[in-house]
Design a protein around this ligand. Structure first.
Ligand SMILES: [Zn+2]
Length: 398
C-alpha cells in the first residue's frame, strides 16, 4: 500500500532553525485552504493537528511550512532550489506537524526533501482526503421493480442493473431489513385480454401497499423506481405514488451499455405544447404526448376526433427512445407537463373526462401519472395502441 516516503523514520536531532512562517505573512484564504485540503492533518505523517477542543475553541497544533524557502538565501531551506516569486502562495506551503516541519528543514535531511518530493507528499495526502470526504454520504433507497409482459417475455430490471444505476447516483439500494428494501411487482398475463389491465392494476396496488407500510414504519424514506410495462400501467403507477415519499425514477436506455443509469453527459431536452381548442368546449378533452413517436391526430378513434386537443412534444421535434437520457430532461418534462395540465383545466373547465394518448418513455409515462391532481382534474382514460388503433384500457385519477 504505502511507499517508503509515507513513513518517516528520520530523527530530527540537530539544532533547529526557526523557519516557521510568521502568522501575518499568509493570507487568510490561503491558510484556510491549506487546513481544509489537508483535513487538519500533517500532510506527511497524518497526525491530527486540530488539537484538543477547549471550551472556547480548538487548539491548532499545526504549522504552515515553506516548500521552497521563505527567502532566496542559502540559510533558508530550499530557498535557492527554485526561483519563485510568491513564496506565501498556497502551492508553496505545507500543513505539517512540528516534528515533520523540523525534519524537512533539518540540515542533514533537507537535501532529501526536495520541493518535488514535498509537493508529491502533499498531493498524495490531499487526494486521499478528497476521496475519503466525497465517497461517503450515500443515501439509502428502496428499489421498486415493476416487470411487465413485453412481446411475450416478462422483462424486469435485474438486481445487478438496479444496484449499478443506484450506485452511479450515490444511492445504496437493495438493503434487506425487517421490511424488504427491494419491492417486486410482477405483471402477468396477456395485454390483448381485457382482464389483464384490471389484474395488473391490482398487482400495482398490492405492491404499493407494502411500500406504504415500509414508509409508515420509517424503514423506507426514499424510493427508486425501475419499471417496464405498457404505458397505461406506467401512468397508473405514477398516479398511485404517494407524493410525500422522495422518489427517483429510472429509465431503461436502449443504446450502448448504459443499462438503467442516467447519463450525466447526455443531451438535455426541453418540451413545448400546443393547444387546439374549438369554441364551446364540452365535457371532454384529449391530451397527447408525442415523445418517442409523433401521435397522428387522424389516427385517433372517431369519438376523439373533434375534441379540444392538447399536445406536448420535444422542442427540437426529434422523437425517439433516447430522448430521455439525462435526468434534467425528465425534470423539464415534468414541469412542462404540469403546466399543460393546468392549461387544459383552464381551457376546458366543464370537462368531466380527459383522454390520454401517449408515445412516451417509461419515466415520462410515470411522471404523467404523478402529475394528476385528484379532485381538481377529471378522471382520465389512458389509451393503448392496439392493431393500429387506440383503445382506452386504464382509467386513472378517479
Ligand atoms: Zn507530521
Amino acid at each position: 500500500m504505502s511507499d517508503p516516503a509515507d513513513t518517516i523514520h528520520f530523527v530530527a536531532s540537530k539544532q533547529v532553525r526557526d523557519t516557521s512562517v510568521k502568522r501575518g505573512d499568509i493570507k487568510e484564504p490561503v491558510r484556510l485552504a491549506l487546513w481544509a485540503r489537508a483535513a487538519g492533518c500533517c500532510v506527511m505523517c497524518s497526525t491530527v493537528l486540530l488539537g484538543s477542543r477547549t471550551y472556547l475553541h480548538s487548539v491548532l497544533a499545526g504549522e504552515l511550512a515553506h516548500n521552497v524557502g521563505a527567502t532566496a538565501t542559502k540559510g533558508s531551506p530550499r530557498g535557492l532550489a527554485e526561483d519563485i516569486t510568491d513564496r506565501e502562495a498556497e502551492e508553496n506551503l505545507l500543513l505539517l506537524c512540528h516534528a515533520c516541519h523540523r525534519l524537512i528543514d533539518d540540515e542533514d535531511h533537507v537535501a532529501y526533501f526536495t520541493p518535488e518530493r514535498l509537493r508529491a507528499l502533499k498531493k498524495k495526502h490531499e487526494d486521499r482526503v478528497r476521496v475519503a470526504a466525497t465517497s461517503g454520504g450515500m443515501r439509502r433507497t428502496a428499489a421498486l421493480r415493476v416487470g411487465g409482459l413485453v412481446r411475450g417475455v416478462t422483462a424486469m430490471a435485474s438486481q445487478r442493473q438496479t444496484a449499478d444505476a443506484l450506485l452511479a447516483d450515490g444511492y445504496l439500494g437493495l438493503v434487506n431489513s425487517r421490511w424488504q428494501g427491494d419491492f417486486l411487482c410482477r405483471i402477468a398475463g396477456d395485454p390483448s385480454r381485457p382482464s389483464y389491465w384490471r389484474a395488473a392494476q391490482e398487482e400495482i396496488d398490492a405492491t404499493l401497499r407494502l411500500v406504504e407500510q415500509s414508509v409508515a414504519s420509517g424503514e423506507v424514506e426514499h424510493l427508486s423506481i425501475f419499471a417496464i410495462a405498457p404505458i397505461p400501467l406506467l401512468v397508473y403507477l405514477g398516479s398511485r405514488l404517494d407524493d410525500k415519499t422522495d422518489t427517483r425514477l429510472y429509465q431503461k436506455h436502449r443504446d450502448g451499455d448504459q443499462g438503467w443509469r442516467w447519463d450525466a453527459n447526455g443531451s438535455i431536452n426541453d418540451f413545448s405544447s400546443k393547444a387546439d381548442v374549438k369554441a364551446g368546449t364540452g365535457t371532454e378533452a384529449v391530451l397527447a404526448a408525442s415523445l418517442t413517436a409523433e401521435i397522428q391526430q387522424s389516427n385517433l378513434p372517431d369519438a376523439l376526433q373533434n375534441l379540444p386537443y392538447f399536445e406536448i412534444r420535444p422542442m427540437a421535434n426529434r422523437f425517439g427512445p433516447s430522448l430521455f437520457s439525462h435526468p434534467q430532461t425528465l425534470r423539464n418534462f415534468a414541469g412542462r407537463w404540469r403546466t399543460l395540465l393546468a392549461e387544459v383545466e383552464r381551457s376546458c373547465p366543464r370537462a368531466t373526462t380527459w383522454h390520454l394518448i401517449a408515445a412516451a418513455p417509461i419515466t415520462a409515462a410515470i411522471e404523467m401519472g404523478r402529475a394528476f391532481m385528484r379532485g381538481a382534474q377529471p378522471p382520465t382514460e389512458v389509451y393503448e395502441r392496439q392493431n393500429d388503433t387506440y383503445t382506452p384500457v386504464v382509467l386513472v385519477n378517479t
